[in-house]
Design a protein around this ligand. Sequence first.
Ligand code: AQP
Length: 331
Amino acid sequence: MKRVFSGIQPTGHVTLGNYLGAMRRWAEVDQHRADSLFCIVDLHALTVDHDPARVQRLSRQTATLLLAAGLDPGLCTLYVQSHVGEHTRLSYLLECVAGDGEMRRMIQYKEKSARERERGGSVRLSLLTYPVLMAADILAFGTEEVPVGDDQVQHVELARDLAVRFNQRYGHTFVVPKASLPGVAARVMNLQNPTSKMGKTDAGQGVVYLLDEPDVVRKKVLRAVTDSGRDVVYDREGRPGLTNLLEILAACTGGNPESLASVYDSYGSLKKDTAEAVVEVLRPVQARHRELCADPVYVEGVLRDGAEKARELARPRVDTAYRAIGLLPPA
Ligand code: AQP
């Protein structure tokens, strides 16, 4: 069976972008067709200015939401990254095959380091090395496929490069993974700024959160920035606001964004239908989330069992990498 791995950072409340770009596919497709691991990558949340209590709270909430979205511990492994030491053990080895130049070229590093500087903060070294830790997350498990949104493709490419380089220098150790993207909504854009990705750390009306009440969702979608012009057309470059709404509607209803464009003759009706489609997609997830919140012991048990399983799966390959690179095995 194919090995699939993917992760989500507890850096903010889970968004509609996370759901449509990644989580929904993990639950509806990946866990049924592959031997899948899904991880709350909490160490990555420490790469930018963070509040310790909030990261803990968001880690629990993200795990609960992943279960609410349909991840089934009988079908997949769900765990928290910091509970499995193999991630950081392997990350160091991969730092020894990665170059600082390739880290500085990462788009997310450029964007997030600029944001930290704008806020007057310093840039953490871990922000620069974060893609190496992500490569370790992936490579530790012999992952073949990484289902992600479009923004993570460059990082998966780096994981591929590091796997190939390590294998060439030290002998075949890692499977070379590839990214897989959803057909639609691979990059859901901010509703107020449709040329920027809808990100967890953005505040404001442009981001729909998975736990937003129906009326809040409606308000945000109805107030989405659209483009000048009257006709409804699918054009990512020229009409990013409309295109984003069409992509969201298509992802929520199973349609095709380009053909949906011809169904609408006004922005108002497109927004109204999109708002209702999002509300309907979120409804069962929110209901299940409420049930799971009443049973935190269940969620903790899932994470404990998941971490144990992930440790067992990762350890042999990480041990092999330690020997291959020239480290003396403990007596
Ligand atoms: N807008 C999006 N559209 C489609 N997919 C998305 N993903 C994230 N945003 C979108 C995918 O969701 C998975 C988990 O994402 P993450 O936790 O790595 O990223 P994030 O939500 O963008 O969180 P950040 O980086 O902490 O926040 P920002 O960007 O605000 O700084 C991934 O598969 C990702 O592709």
